[in-house]
Design a protein. Structure first.
Length: 393
């Protein structure tokens, strides 16, 4: 693939990973990123399967020094009936590598050459040149490429060429995402102890919350990442920053007392409000264009697989390019594999969303056997690394 020119629109997780993949396959790459700032400031928690993390380190996408917090188990909690104490419902084997989104981006970005990554360069349009090659137009002119990778997120301009009719489907509920300084857990040794070895899912009627530790910006430090899902209507006129009292009130109403206190005291952490939505693209490549990450498809966050999918997209691109042959053939191989995976994850996210938010079970009546049976029914024969032990016979 030496001599192949690839332009990437977007320089976030998917954009950096695709640039590394293309570079490793011998192509000449240019990344066009709209933002002029350091994207690491977007830092929240994300998790990925440990085997994928190992594959990315072995493959040269990530340095072994990128910090993660590996935990082996998932603990299911709820508020005990008729009280405010916490009740453990079940424990499942569910190994995850918890990451700080910002540190992950920085690690990937560090492997994309300075002259390759053009920040502060919004792409105004993507199209076809008269030569049949792909064309990217920015404020400082036009460039032709053999392949253009749309890694420009869920509002992708590149997707308009590949799948113009695709529109996000709102799920009808919200996710509040944040990180909380760890000293908030000083007065809560029980939850801290639990979080050292597990990630926590806290079920309540009409939603759930997820808590896990991630690496902080200072080496060796930790932050508490959390996401709260609820179908409560968005408060009138609510905008960023998230109205603190809204999440606090939800936690106060539904969480065990100590977890509600953690959320209430985490007010000074980083927060964002995401209306949950998803979409599938019928085919993620139309030569000479291809889509990656959120530009290609968005799954509801219950699968914890948006960044995972973007990283797997990159591994797939490298394989497809290394297999040789014409560009159209490489893109066909990529599209065959990644279109199916995007569709699978969107369907899985919808099923998990129904089970975890839209039609929640009566959590306080459940124990390990019921959580196991309910998990199996929610997966409906599919697989998710978040439900590791549920797959075992
Ligand atoms: C609550 C929540 C929890 C999540 N948890 C997990 C998890 O545990 N595990 C996981 O794997 N995933 C998780 N995700 C999903 C994950 O965060 C995203 O899928 C991932 O960050 C998407 O990366 P991306 O690079 O595809 O898109 P983005 O990060 O959106 O990047 C797109 C980039 O393109 C740039 N851009 C856009 N338009 C242009 C243009 N015209 N010109 C130039 N540049 C442009 C933007 O500036 C941006 O930098 C979660 C998501 C949410 C909402």
């Amino acid at each position: 693939m030496t001599g192949l020119r690839i332009g990437v629109v977007g320089g976030s997780i998917a954009g950096c990973a695709m640039a590394i993949a293309a570079g490793r396959a011998g192509a000449e790459v240019t990344v066009h990123e709209r933002s002029d700032g350091a994207l690491q400031e977007r830092g929240f928690g994300i998790v990925m399967p440990p085997p994928l993390h190992r594959e990315l380190v072995a493959g040269g996408y990530l340095g072994a020094d990128m910090p993660t917090v590996p935990v082996a188990d998932r603990v299911w909690l709820t508020r005990a009936s008729g009280g405010r104490s916490s009740r453990e419902l079940a424990r499942q084997r569910s190994p995850v590598a918890a990451c700080n989104w910002g540190l992950l981006w920085r690690a990937l970005r560090g492997r994309v050459g300075k002259d390759v990554y053009r920040r502060g360069t919004p792409v105004e349009s993507v199209g076809r040149a008269s030569s049949g090659r792909a064309l990217i137009r920015t404020g400082d002119g036009e460039r032709e490429y053999d392949i253009v990778v749309g890694a420009d997120g869920h509002r992708s301009v590149t997707r308009a060429l590949v799948a113009p009719d695709v529109r996000p489907m709102p799920a009808g509920y919200l996710a509040w995402r944040g990180t909380i300084p760890l000293d908030v857990l000083r007065d809560h040794p029980g939850p801290l102890e639990l979080l050292r070895t597990s990630w926590v899912t806290l079920g309540f009627s009409g939603g759930h919350a997820v808590f896990y530790l991630i690496p902080g910006p200072v080496p060796g430090s930790r932050l508490l990442a959390h996401v709260v899902y609820g179908s409560a209507p968005r408060p009138a006129g609510a905008r960023e920053p998230v109205p603190v009292e809204y999440v606090r009130d939800l936690a106060e109403e539904h969480f065990p007392a100590e977890w509600a206190d953690i959320v209430a005291r985490g007010e000074h952490g980083t927060r964002a409000l995401h209306p949950v939505a998803d979409f599938v693209t019928p085919r993620v490549a139309e030569p000479p264009f291809l889509l990656a990450g959120d530009a290609a498809s968005v799954t509801r966050p219950h699968t914890a697989s948006g960044a995972v999918k973007a990283l797997q997209d990159a591994l797939c691109l490298e394989r497809a390019l290394r297999a040789g042959g014409p560009v159209a053939e490489a893109l066909r191989r990529y599209a065959d594999e990644r279109t199916a995976e995007g569709a699978r994850l969107v369907e899985l996210g919808r099923r998990l969303g129904r089970a975890l938010v839209e039609r929640t079970p009566d959590w306080p009546t459940m124990g390990p056997a019921e959580v196991e049976a309910w998990s199996r029914a929610s997966l409906n024969g599919d697989r998710s690394y978040l439900y590791g032990s549920v797959h075992r016979p």
